[in-house]
Design a binder for this molecule. Structure first.
Ligand code: FAD
Length: 413
């Protein structure tokens, strides 16, 4: 019978960071990965370039995960981004910052980030076994005792870290396997829905705009009596929307749909201008340049192709500003402030970059990432019910929570 101090299930960023932390603190550490490839999803992140962190201040970083974001305060303290930046540098990976926010490896190769963590973990003494799937966490007298693999092998360890990720992107290894392991231990799961996915709408009259980007837009969805908005760049697609504003709203949209409710979303094309500002702008243009085409006035505040399409839909082709009545200006301003759409269907997990949902946070101690229900079992990364927006948030959280779990499991805290 093989015995270890710590068994880590999963070799994504959470599992790699956990195994490195545990092994560096003297724990005999084994990583089990059901896939034939270590860190397969990590290697595909950021379009193969891996946006592994960002420059966002920790308070804002946590806030971006929603009202439960403070769950990670200890993880970010134990393992801030600087820790991982140093580690990558030591492994010969120079980070670079894009848009003053997003960290990527300088050479643009996500697989190098995976290799750096894997190398460091192995050098510290961690063993990795690909193509081994964990079927069950073994418990003895209320404490973790090891795992049973799908092949029936029993491996002993008093600490088991579940860093199994979520259900998003099954082609890259996403599965419910970790959630099933947690359920068997008595944990409750917030049902997963696709997050960081495109938003598909009914009757996309703008399908001719597929490929057009609005650099700064706001997309909102009604959730009961409140509205949730996401702001950022927005991409028109043949079936709806993509780009950060849509991707970051999709978890909320899919959650509404999963509750059996229709999801009504609305688009603000010029989020810096409120409806009355837009009205004032249109009236001003009518007075200043009455003989200009209205679409040209609109093209000064939004992409030209969208401006043309909106004008055409409301007023027909080649509509001059002088023909715009006050009622017409009100109608147009209202539309630009709140263009309504109905979402046609939930996005699938195949399209998603993350899962919204997972192991309930109240059942996990944020100081150690240890289960409150099963002693010696720890959680890290996306398996937890905490999802951030695009832009390096999710990998950084996986790394930080993984390291904290590894430190706690090895007794280093
Ligand atoms: C296409 C794509 C691009 C992305 N780009 C970015 C980006 O640029 N920046 C960013 O921050 N986030 C990005 N993400 C999200 C990010 O990849 C995840 O949030 C992150 O990988 C989660 O890390 P994790 O270690 O928790 O889980 P994962 O990386 O999913 O790793 C979990 C591992 O556990 C294994 N596993 C599961 N169950 C078992 C079991 N029973 N036994 C053994 N092994 C098991 C899985 O095979 C998997 O390898 C992207 C996601 C996708 C799909």
């Amino acid at each position: 019978m093989e015995s270890f101090d710590v068994i880590v299930c999963g070799s994504g960023p959470a599992g790699l960071a956990a195994s490195l932390a545990a092994a560096s603190h003297g724990a005999s550490t084994l990583v089990l990965e059901q896939d034939s490839m270590i860190g397969r999803k990590l290697c595909a992140t950021g379009n193969g370039r891996c946006n592994f962190s960002n420059t966002v201040h920790p308070l804002k970083f946590m806030a971006e995960f929603g009202r439960n974001g403070r769950f990670m305060v200890d993880a970010l303290r134990a393992a801030p981004r600087e820790f991982f930046l140093d580690l990558l540098l030591q492994e010969g990976i120079r980070p670079k910052v894009e848009d003053e926010i997003h960290y990527f490896p300088m050479n643009g190769r996500a697989s190098d980030v995976r290799d750096a963590f894997l190398r460091a973990a192995r050098r510290a003494g961690a063993e990795t076994r690909p193509s081994v799937s964990v079927r069950r966490v073994l418990m003895e007298n209320g404490s973790a005792a090891g795992v049973e693999t799908v092949g029936g092998e029993i491996l002993h360890a008093p600490h088991v870290i579940l860093a199994c990720g979520g259900t998003a992107a099954p082609a890259l290894g996403g599965s419910a396997s970790g959630l099933e392991l947690a359920k068997k231990l008595g944990h409750s799961i917030r049902e997963p829905v696709a997050a960081l996915a495109p938003v598909h709408v009914d009757d996309p009259w703008f399908s001719g705009l597929a490929g057009v980007t609005v650099p700064d837009a706001e997309l909102g969805v009604a959730v009961g009596t409140r509205h949730v908005f996401m702001r950022g760049s927005l991409l028109f697609t043949h079936t709806g929307f993509s780009g950060p504003a849509a991707l970051n709203l999709s978890g909320t949209v899919n959650r509404v749909l999963s509750g059996g409710e229709p999801a009504h979303i609305f688009l603000r094309v010029v989020p810096d201008k409120k409806e009355q500002d837009l009205f004032a702008y249109l009236v001003d243009e009518r007075e200043k340049v009455p003989d200009h085409l209205l679409k040209n006035s609109l093209a000064r505040i939004m992409p030209r192709s969208l401006a043309s399409l909106v004008c055409e839909r409301l007023f027909g082709e080649d509509f001059h500003s002088k023909r715009l009545t006050n009622a017409g200006a009100h109608e147009l301003a209202h539309l630009l402030d709140r263009m309504p759409f109905t979402v046609s269907a939930q996005a699938s997990m195949d399209e998603a970059m993350a899962m919204d949902g997972g192991v309930l946070l109240k059942e996990v101690d944020p100081r150690t990432m240890e289960s409150r229900l099963a002693k010696g079992v720890h959680f890290a990364g996306e398996i937890l019910d905490l999802t951030g927006p695009t832009g390096g948030f999710n990998i950084q959280f996986a790394l930080s929570s993984g390291r904290l779990a590894g430190l706690a499991a090895s007794g280093a805290l």
